[in-house]
Design a protein around this ligand. Structure first.
Ligand code: NAI
Ligand code: 15L
Length: 284
């Protein structure tokens, strides 16, 4: 570590001198919003990008192989993972839904993935976790990655399960994981909450690259947000990743603030998880 003349600690980039390319990289959830973004951006980091989804992925591109798979099927997941060097796991239900929908895709699915990784000797997984693991913290409260989780629904609970499973697989089997608690990764910040939670796609790519290639991450949880003006999340305990955001939601502020605010007592305006905290109950 070096110290600048403003006393701000500056860590050496942990990727300095490291080749950020592997042989076969698996991307699950490749047909989703972020999967499409990363399908375009990840080929430079692998000789072969194996992409997978339960939905149709269209025509195979140069440098890709397509392996369709339902994450809930352990045999299909085993075949999916065989021969890969690292995994970027985006696949699953990505919003609040009834538990019966979350269970196979997100809970059985993440278990199937880690078991297959163990059997096939995969040493590194990037897990797309979510801010909904901590959604019931109050907006404005600043939390780091050591606070107890406060999931805001079945979806957030499934991401807590995924994080804890990853922690266990590191302690027991040495499989390393970076769990990225993604805020809101969209082309634009669309509301006041997203001015705080927004993660631009360049910063998403940087986080994924670091999560795959920085050595000795063990089990690391990092919050996925850009260099936004206001912060609820403190990444000091993930500083070893060397993530320095290059984008900011400030470019969307004027258009967002032109919208009427939510009533101050609306739970979506009170809690970090926004509208997810008032979803459900389902099936009554
Ligand atoms: P998305 O819903 O667009 O993509 C998820 C993909 O997973 C879909 O293509 C879907 O077909 C696939 N999938 C669902 N069930 C499956 C199953 N049983 N087997 C195989 N594939 C299945 O979600 P998005 O926005 O691309 O997010 C990607 C990941 O990042 C998700 O895990 C999500 O929970 C997480 N995340 C995303 C955030 C965002 O702002 N976009 C914020 C926080 C977390
Ligand atoms: C998520 O976890 C979802 O996958 C995404 O669709 C957004 O809703 C995001 O969180 C958010 O909180 O904005």
């Amino acid at each position: 570590m070096t110290v600048t003349n403003t006393d701000t600690p500056v860590h050496a980039d942990p990727l300095a001198g490291i080749t950020t390319r592997c042989h076969r990289l698996l991307l699950t959830g490749a047909g989703g919003n972020l999967g499409k973004v990363l399908r375009d951006r990840l080929p430079q980091y692998a000789d072969v990008l194996r992409i997978s989804d339960i939905s149709d992925l269209g025509a195979v591109r140069k440098g890709e192989e397509i392996v369709p798979c339902n994450l809930a099927d352990p045999h299909a997941v085993d075949a999916l993972v065989a021969g890969t060097d690292a995994i970027v796991h985006l696949g699953g239900v990505s919003v609040e839904r009834p538990f019966e929908e979350i269970l196979p895709a997100n809970i059985q699915g993440v278990y199937n993935l880690y078991e297959a990784a163990r059997r096939h000797g995969v040493r590194r997984i990037v897990f797309a976790s979510s801010n909904h693991t901590i959604g019931f913290y109050k907006q404005g409260e600043v939390i780091d990655n050591t606070v107890p989780t406060k999931p805001d629904g079945y979806y957030g609970l499934s991401k807590v399960f995924g994080e804890q499973l990853a922690s266990f697989y590191f302690d027991r089997y040495g499989i390393e994981t970076v769990a990225i608690r993604i805020g809101s990764s969209f082309p634009e910040a669309k509301d006041r909450r997203m001015l705080v939670t927004w993660l631009g796609y360049d910063d998403l790519e940087q986080l994924i690259r670091r999560a795959v290639f920085v050595p000795n991450v063990g089990f690391t949880v990092v919050y996925g947000m850009s260099a936004n003006r206001d912060r609820w999340w403190d990444n000091r305990h993930a500083a070893h990743l060397g993530y320095v955001a290059t984008e900011t939601s400030e470019i969307f502020r004027s258009q967002v603030e032109a919208q009427p605010p939510l009533p101050a007592d609306d739970p979506a305006a009170l809690y970090q998880g926004g509208a997810f905290v008032k979803a459900g109950p389902f099936g009554d």
